[in-house]
Design a protein around this ligand. Structure first.
Ligand code: NAI
Ligand code: ENO
Length: 377
């Protein structure tokens, strides 16, 4: 990484800000320069100490930069590339973080001289929140990071970018631009579309409002639908061909499933469920999550005024932070249940002991045998 004396980030939002922060945290010694269309973001990034210099113009930003990283929405690339291309150093490497890669390769071919080394990039880590405030120095830790060289990308450029990716804590994976778009359509873009449609199903054809009853299963399958709508709109259109192919596959799978149900083909439905379980169980664990999972506890409580206050006071007094709290409506009768989500397994355990010893003996960890959660879902 020492071979880059100056790195410039264009776009200091979630991804650009997180990259600059990761480099600083991991001891990068060269100069980090940042440019953003919003002057406030440049000033804020400087105050946060994640950039050394906030440039006032694109020309100033790329001057002397040995690595330039585009971290804006892809829609801004044509204008940025037109303005910066004449001022890039001859030896500079240009890269980007856009979620679709085929279209980016084409844009760079149109606007940038082929003497400039370009290699596309795409970190497979993010957040539903955008902007510099959501940036985190650890966002890319243990995440895969696609690198997509073009026809004119030198081997040395690939090697240098691999070092950059490792320097921010991620794992580089080199693939072709079109191959990248096929892979991400399957693992990220189509799942996002499915999550959006499943969420909107709750509001389809003016049906009853079932949001209040949505439990763990609904939350797990639709979590990513909270992602940045403008960014996902762009992703769907920039990767349109692959998304259309994915939709065709989904359509034919739904049709097939409809027929199996109609014809009471229980064996085939079971095969299909087993196949999904096998594939899903094989998804690697330990990778960073888009929105990290919470560590839940469930408390059976009496249905009386003030009980929620007592629970939250006990947690607060013991310096723990409840990330999510939910009343489980599914149980009828004299008892109610409250689910609380914590950020870490340690906090979950601590909350469990504090509540059990603090007048709530029917406190359970999620997944514990006969816990209220599994009964009610
Ligand atoms: N958010 C996510 O989960 C992920 C996003 N990406 C990609 O990263 C890119 C950036 O996304 P985020 O950082 O999430 O967005 P963001 O909205 O947090 O940040 C974008 C930044 O670019 C700035 N900007 C916009 N137009 C500009 C222009 N013409 N000149 C200079 N600055 C400009 C904005 O002011 C903003 O600060 C997108 O292309 C997205 O596809 C990639 C992986 C994950
Ligand atoms: O969707 C996912 O799998 C994520 O983990 C978050 C994410 C969103 C957009 C991207 O381009 C890359 C990653």
């Amino acid at each position: 990484m020492d071979f880059f004396n100056k790195i410039t980030f264009i776009g200091l939002g979630l991804i650009g800000g997180s990259m600059a922060a990761a480099l600083k945290r991991r001891g990068y010694k060269g100069e980090i320069c940042g440019y953003d269309a919003l002057p406030d973001s440049r000033e804020e990034a400087k105050k946060m100490g994640i950039i050394d210099h906030g440039a006032n113009t694109l020309q100033e930003a790329v001057a002397e930069a040995e690595l330039v990283v585009l971290c804006t929405p892809i829609a801004a690339y044509p204008q940025i590339l037109r303005k910066t291309a004449p001022f890039l150093r001859r030896e500079a490497i240009l890269t980007d973080v856009g979620s679709v890669k085929g279209c980016v390769g084409e844009l760079v071919n149109q606007h940038v001289h082929r003497d400039i080394q370009f290699i596309g990039g795409h970190p497979m880590a993010g957040s539903e929140k955008g902007g510099l405030k959501a940036a985190s120095a650890t966002l890319f830790e243990n995440a895969y990071y696609f690198l997509t060289p073009g026809q004119h990308t030198a081997r040395e450029t690939v090697t240098k970018l691999e070092s950059f990716v490792k320097a921010i804590g991620a794992y580089p994976v080199v693939v072709g631009q079109r191959e990248h778009d096929k892979i991400t359509a399957r693992i990220s873009h189509i799942p996002h579309l499915a999550a959006v449609l499943l969420t909107n199903l709750l509001d389809h054809e003016g049906g009853i409002n079932s949001v209040a009853f949505a439990g763990g299963g609904f939350r797990d399958t639709t979590r990513i639908a909270s992602g940045n709508p403008a960014m996902w709109k762009d992703i769907f259109f920039y990767n349109k061909e692959e998304i259309l192919l994915g939709i065709e596959s989904l359509e034919s799978m739904l049709k097939e499933f409809r027929e199996l149900l109609k014809e009471k083909q229980e064996g085939k439905v079971l095969d299909l469920l087993n196949k999904a379980k096998f594939i899903r169980d094989g998804v690697p664990k330990g990778m960073p999550d888009y929105m990290p999972p919470l560590f839940d506890i469930v408390v059976d409580v009496e249905d009386r005024p003030g009980v929620l206050g007592e629970l939250t006071r006990l947690i607060g007094e013991n310096h723990m932070n409840i990330k999510e709290i939910e009343i489980l409506h599914a149980r009828e009768g004299e008892q109610g249940a409250v689910r609380m989500g914590f950020a870490t397994a340690m906090e979950q355990k601590q909350a469990f002991s504090v509540l059990r010893g603090g007048g709530f003996p029917r406190t359970y960890m999620k997944g514990e045998k006969n816990d209220a959660y599994s009964e009610s879902c």
